[in-house]
Design a protein around this ligand. Structure first.
Ligand SMILES: Nc1ncnc2c1ncn2[C@@H]1O[C@H](COP(=O)(O)OP(=O)(O)OP(=O)(O)O)[C@@H](O)[C@H]1O
Ligand SMILES: [Mg+2]
Length: 371
């Protein structure tokens, strides 16, 4: 039994994870992948040269299934266990943003086929690329993915990915989908495609019974949300002072400080989200990056807080459209939140969305804007 399986078993034995045969099978597969990766000769080493040709990359895994099945959890376990080869774990959306940035630079240099040098540069940096939440929603990505990944994978790079969709279901009904089909074929040929799609949404189970909207703001609400954060992220409460932060990149070159960011869950204050000059690009970046957002300190939205209310409305719309789960501490229930008294300001839809976002159906929905 290798490191991944040992770790998985330990978590089950400790009662942190419920035994799940499908998850165990995935842990076994990833265990093999980790062992193979570690056993590989270094690039350019004597062994490598002695082979006389480039060895085939270690076969990777494409893990797909409904939300909360434990895909990211297993991938993270695997990723943490792989020692030696240079590795990178990245949210797929963030990765593609970076690819487009690099392509822009190449185009400025008038490189004839910019995808190739970009793929080569990426492949040069890592031996293992782990993608969380692979999702394809725009044609700019769809058009280049096949060539980009064919090239990356020709360089002895192993890919492990999680997704809510089987490869054949990616970019469904997308524009010019025929140009995207080779990417599906590539995934199916080069990776072990494994469904982790059992009956249990463990995230929902962890949220189960917990209210998502706490009134009023104060210690009780903050404590409850903090418990929810630790439950959702499995972060040891004793280490609460060391929860990672993040500088979230916003298209256009800005960034936003995220005070707590772990495993797709972020914590923000209302002030930071809606009290500063922020807009759709900020909210989109958040909605794409996180499956769950916790907001503390939502005040009653009076006439003086008109700008804040407008931003809050935009934020809720964006989170809602991306199926992001929202947990919040506020000074009022959604219906009583807006006290601006300005008829022109449409808050009804926000209230209705906030109510829906508390429902079991919404909480069971997947993250992402596809389909
Ligand atoms: N067997 C299990 N027992 C208890 N909790 C589990 C188990 N498997 C996963 N979890 C927990 O359930 C939550 C959701 O898991 P995870 O984030 O890995 O789901 P996912 O499949 O990546 O979902 P999504 O598609 O939304 O990204 C995590 O907090 C994880 O630790
Ligand atoms: Mg996940």
């Amino acid at each position: 039994m290798g490191k991944v399986l040992t770790r998985y078993q330990a978590a089950v034995s400790a009662g942190e994870l419920r035994p799940d045969p499908a998850q165990r099978a995935v842990a076994e597969r990833l265990d093999r992948c980790a062992a193979e990766l570690e056993a590989r000769p270094r690039r350019g080493s004597i062994l490598w040269r002695a082979l006389g040709r480039r060895p085939e990359a270690v076969r990777g895994v494409y893990l797909w299934g409904g939300v909360g099945r434990g895909k990211s959890m297993l991938m993270d376990m695997f990723f943490a266990c792989v020692d030696g080869p240079r590795k990178r774990r990245v949210h797929f959306h963030e990765f593609m943003q970076e690819v487009h940035d690099r392509l822009r630079v190449e185009r400025e240099k008038e490189t004839p086929d910019p995808v190739m040098p970009v793929a080569d540069a990426i492949a040069d940096e890592v031996r293992l690329l782990a993608f969380d939440e692979m999702i394809v929603t725009n044609s700019a990505d769809a058009m280049i993915l096949s060539r980009l990944f064919t090239r990356i994978m020709s360089h002895d790079v192993t890919i492990v990915a999680t997704s809510n969709r089987a490869p054949g279901q990616l970019y469904l009904n997308g524009l010019n989908r025929e140009h995207f089909l080779p990417f599906i074929a590539l995934l199916e040929e080069k990776l072990d495609v494994i469904a982790l799609d059992g009956p249990t949404d463990y995230r929902l189970e962890r949220l189960g019974g917990f209210p998502t909207w706490y009134v009023p703001n104060g210690k009780a609400a903050t404590d409850a949300l903090s418990r929810a954060f630790f439950r959702l992220t499995d972060f040891p409460v004793e280490d609460r002072a060391h929860v990672p932060t993040e500088e979230l990149a916003i298209p256009g070159g800005r960034s936003m400080h995220v005070p707590k960011s772990l495993k797709g869950v972020a914590v923000f204050s209302f002030k930071r989200l809606c009290g500063e000059a922020r807009g759709i690009p900020d909210y989109l970046a958040i909605a794409r990056r996180y499956h769950t957002v916790i907001i503390v300190g939502i005040p009653k939205l009076s006439a003086e807080l008109r700008n804040e209310a407008t931003r809050f409305k935009l934020l809720v719309d964006t989170l809602y459209e991306h199926g992001v789960k929202l947990l919040a501490a506020a000074d009022a229930e959604p219906e009583q939140l807006y006290v601006g008294g300005d008829d022109a300001f449409e808050f009804d839809r926000t209230v209705s969305r906030l109510m829906e976002m508390r429902s079991a159906d919404y909480l069971a929905k997947g993250h992402g804007s596809e389909g």
